[in-house]
Design a protein around this ligand. Sequence first.
Ligand SMILES: CC(=O)N[C@H]1[C@@H](OP(=O)(O)OP(=O)(O)OC[C@H]2O[C@@H](n3ccc(=O)[nH]c3=O)[C@H](O)[C@@H]2O)O[C@H](CO)[C@H](O)[C@@H]1O
Length: 469
Amino acid sequence: MLLRNTAQPQLPGQPPGPPGSTVDSTRWCNRRSGAASEPWIVPAPDVLERRRSKEWLEARDMSGAGLTVLVTGGAGYIGSHCTVELLQAGYAVIALDNFVNSVPSAPSGSGLPPSLQRVQLITGKELTFYECDLLDKTRLQQIFQEHKIDCVIHFAAIKAVGESMQFPLLYYKNNLIATINLLEVMEAHNVYQLVFSSSCTVYGNPESLPITESHPTGDVTNVYGRTKHFIEGMLKDISAANSKWNIIALRYFNPVGAHPTGLIGEDPTKEFTNIMPYMAQVAMGNKPHLTIFGGDYDTVDGTGVRDYIHVMDLASGHVAALSKLHKDHQRIRIYNLGTGKGVSVLQLLKIFEAVTDTEIPFKICSRRDGDIVSMYANASLAEKELGWKSQFTLPQMCKDFWRWQTMNPDGYRSSVENSVSRKASQNGHTVTEHLKKNGHSDNSVPAKSSQNGHHQHTNGKIPMGNGHS
Ligand SMILES: CC(=O)N[C@H]1[C@@H](OP(=O)(O)OP(=O)(O)OC[C@H]2O[C@@H](n3ccc(=O)[nH]c3=O)[C@H](O)[C@@H]2O)O[C@H](CO)[C@H](O)[C@@H]1O
């Protein structure tokens, strides 16, 4: 039976229905009939740690202690998950975002966007945030002047493949000029350590599988991908011209999943087209069926094959990359971040159904323009040189994505204040007591409005008494 979510707004971590109600998810998702119902429970924030191997935890990288990293695109999907790992690795984080594809800070709130408020809740640590468009070079310069920045992770970009074909100049301007501004400002402030967010899309149609970093690049099928390819070229050129540069470009395969707490996840403000968010919408009953693009490819079952990687694995890959930059000066180096496992659309669908206990009706239609048949990584270089290896399995990716989706059916519109209030009241504490107990000071510093109207959330402390956005 397919039911729509008609529930009232609920708190993250609670099933739909009035706060405190016992309504479970059988009421509102595309559940398999007769299956036992089990409401989603908020996992402890250390759940991620427990999933990792003992060896990994022992070797935990704390190389960020005492260093400040600037994260562009910090409020977005990958940026926010990476910020969790950076804070946990001891970095002081300065995050920037222009909210082009992430949910903005509420005008009356703390100045922090909801994704980053939740990052603070997960980590119990504070960060600094500026609303800043990288096309605004003056603003960027001010930020570099105000802080002693040691290194940069550059996520900020627009990334919708279809949109990039319709509006190529928008993509070239936003992705290329923004990056040039950032590189110029970095150089002017003697900041030369950079991790750049690239993509497996630079390989185009692979000539051989699994794909190693030495596979030819440039035969890219879309404008978005070409911006990534051009930026990689630019980074090679600047590192050849000036030996001070120390850069790692990470070529991601297909990022999916969400933080295991379910507090942060993907909440694009643009129409989504990637498969897992779409699949989840069908599972929720918000879309009637999944359209599978092509069932006649030369693959295990005729559907397209990809290398899906948990976003928290990507996040730890960035910490490993920064750590490498602090240790070795290698001018520019490129690594694939993937699991090395190719998974077809139908295989993904079956696993998603099994771990979420839902049914996903689908229709196999014609191939999507520009789609690649099969793509998966050889990620052994990252393992050898960065000491990084993916940890999460595909069922965990699906489960974590689903937890985020069901806890936040309206994305970040469920407020952090509610989440805090709920946890506090569960423990018999006030919000203030709860935050103090969890390492937040009540000595809050509200967001300042800078001269040009941008918000800065100084030290990232969660203001109390005046509400959270
Ligand atoms: C060519 C290209 O630049 N691809 C980008 C796109 O990868 P992909 O196009 O690989 O990601 P995707 O999630 O859109 O598609 C994954 C697989 O699912 C299939 N599919 C997808 C949606 C759907 O409704 N039905 C369906 O069958 C699709 O044909 C493909 O085989 O997005 C990624 C981010 O996650 C990267 O940014 C990639 O660079």
